[in-house]
Design a protein around this ligand. Structure first.
Ligand SMILES: [Zn+2]
Length: 134
């Protein structure tokens, strides 16, 4: 029942990001990538050393991602349940911009504040810990 509710809300209130997630998942399935599950979510492992990205009930992480990373991306999925259509503007886009900005600063040799310091990142980690029962 909880899984049903999770996906029901993902595919209604949280639909925008899930459409993108489903489109990426479709392309990856066509290319022979394996769909895996984590809690109620589905995910794929793609490429190396880049981290992860969440699109609602779907997330995508680097190959051999550890549980901590998967739990964090899973946590973003719960943010999508709460924020719905606001999620791309409050979390996904700011996080993506920050991710690339941090890589740029790192390449320039700057030291960076902790990743979790950004409000939605620490929140995602806490949600992942709260909702993922290994
Ligand atoms: Zn994140």
């Amino acid at each position: 029942m909880r899984k049903f509710l999770y996906w029901f809300i993902q595919l209604t209130w949280g639909l925008p990001l899930n459409l993108i997630g489903a489109a990426i998942a479709f392309v990856l399935l066509c290319r022979g990538y394996k769909l895996k599950t984590f809690g109620y979510a589905v995910y794929f492992e793609v490429a190396r050393n880049w981290g992860g990205v969440n699109f609602g009930g779907f997330f995508f992480v680097q190959k051999n991602a550890n549980t901590q990373l998967k739990s964090h991306e899973y946590g973003h999925g719960f943010q999508n349940l709460l924020l719905g259509p606001l999620m791309p503007f409050l979390v996904t886009i700011p996080s993506a911009v920050r991710y690339h900005h941090r890589n740029y600063l790192k390449a320039k040799g700057y030291s960076l504040p902790p990743y979790e310091q950004f409000w939605c990142e620490g929140w995602a980690t806490r949600l992942g810990i709260k909702y993922y029962k290994g």
